[in-house]
Design a protein around this ligand. Structure first.
Ligand SMILES: *Cc1c(COP(=O)(O)O)cnc(C)c1O
Length: 417
């Protein structure tokens, strides 16, 4: 077994104990070097034809990380007016934001229009709604190519059973609505699902999607979505997504298609997790140890409000154990434990029946691959405070990039009396 965080010098000049003492736990810790590397991987996914990668802000919306994405040449996808607002605050110009809307109000469409952001419509009725308030406008349409992929039913976003997008059989209807309201369909987008490690279903979906694209004459861009996986079982030797061979196949598909279409378009993708996940870990403190009906429970301050993925999708996150700042390997033996948080829910489980080094109270647990869908999905459930976020900069020094909630934050929204 190896330690991911020592191999990557994740904590720079600090160790988990020092970070816990300085910033408290639970705390999200990010590594700028890793984040920037992943951003470059995606920004340069395709060479040759014009290409942009749109960072999916829902995975991690920390302002410092958004600014890094901007510097690394990424564009951004927004799924809500709030995401548009935050992206603009981070410095993204309107041309670099794409609003992938889903079941939105006219007010939200108007907000995006006022901000000058291109909108993708997700149903025939939403396209018609857009046409009514913006006759003659330009927009994109999200298509469902009938092929889905993903690590859990809840993240498969194309295929037969999903709320997303317009089915390909409705393309004639899209054209009719566009003609009626004089709309220009300048882009099409898809997102078939999240966390694929095997490129073949994705490449098939891209090929199919590009066939559909031929039915639109005036495209300026074709956006084939995100979903590139990361190895959540890296401590057991799971290999990363094979970007090199994926890139080679994708380039061939895209350039062949460009010749058929006869016009240059910009290709886009929408990676989220691939960029943010491995550049973030979550540190928490072990507060108790007990045995209930033969199960050893390790009680921590990492509740499901802090990292919901294990409770929500049964997701696996590798866990490293640190004592006095030093990584614990297996030499003192291991035992099978269930790691839980401090929330009043029996589903508040971070890792079930996990073989880990012998853990004592006061140890620091380091949850890997927590940079995506970690902080962005955390909540104040049980009136717990959302954690702090810390960035290990390129110089190896930690700095606070979001403060922990305060008790006052919990009552900030109530009217004063
Ligand atoms: C969530 C989402 C993404 C990003 O998915 P990842 O699995 O994090 O890459 C991209 N596009 C759309 C439309 C999404 O909803």
């Amino acid at each position: 077994m190896i330690s991911y965080t020592s191999n990557t010098q994740f904590f720079g000049h600090s160790n988990p104990k020092e970070l816990a003492e300085k910033f408290g736990t639970p705390v999200y810790v990010y590594n700028e070097k890793i984040l920037r590397e992943k951003m470059r991987d995606m920004a340069q996914l395709i060479s040759g034809p014009s290409f942009t990668a749109n960072y999916s802000i829902k995975t991690n919306a920390n302002m410092s990380i958004l600014q890094m994405a901007l510097e690394e040449g990424l564009n951004a996808d927004a799924m809500s007016p709030g995401e548009i607002y935050v992206l603009k605050k981070a410095g993204f110009p309107k041309e670099r934001i794409f609003y992938v809307s889903n079941n939105v109000s006219s007010g939200e469409l108007q907000y995006a229009m006022d901000e000058g952001v291109v909108i993708s419509l997700d149903s025939l009725s939403q396209l018609e709604r857009f046409g009514k308030i913006n006759r003659g406008g330009r927009c994109a349409v999200r298509l469902n190519p009938g092929i889905g992929a993903g690590h859990h039913d809840k993240v498969i976003t194309a295929g037969k059973k999903t709320k997303f997008a317009v089915s390909e059989s409705d393309i004639p209807e899209i054209r009719r609505i566009a003609a009626e309201y004089d709309l220009q369909i300048i882009g099409i987008n898809q997102h078939i699902g999240s966390l694929f490690m095997d490129p073949s279903p994705f490449l098939l979906a891209v090929e199919h999607f590009l066939e559909l694209a031929l039915k639109f004459e005036n495209l300026e861009f074709v956006d084939f979505g995100g979903g590139f996986g990361i190895p959540y079982h890296k401590l057991e030797g799971e290999l990363p997504f094979d970007l090199q061979s994926f890139r080679a196949s994708l380039e061939v598909i895209v350039s062949t298609w460009t010749q058929r279409y006869g016009r240059k378009v910009v290709f886009k993708s929408e990676p989220g997790r691939y960029i943010a996940a491995e550049g973030g870990v979550l540190l928490g403190t072990v507060q108790s140890n007990k045995v209930n009906s033969g199960v050893i429970y390790v009680g921590t301050d990492i509740g499901m409000n802090v990292l919901v993925r294990p409770s929500m999708y049964d997701s696996w996150h590798d866990v490293e154990v640190f004592r006095d700042g030093v990584w614990m390997d297996d030499r003192l033996g291991t035992q099978k434990v269930t790691v839980v948080g401090n929330i009043c829910e029996s589903g508040d489980i971070l890792a079930k029946d996990r073989e880990l080094p012998m853990i004592s109270e006061g140890d620091i647990l380091c949850v890997l691959d927590a940079g995506a869908y970690g902080y962005s999905m955390c909540s104040n459930y049980n009136n717990r405070l959302r954690p702090a976020e810390v960035l290990i900069g390129l110089n190896g020094e930690p700095r606070l990039i979001r403060r922990r909630d305060t008790l006052e934050d919990l009552i900030a929204g109530f009217p004063e009396n």
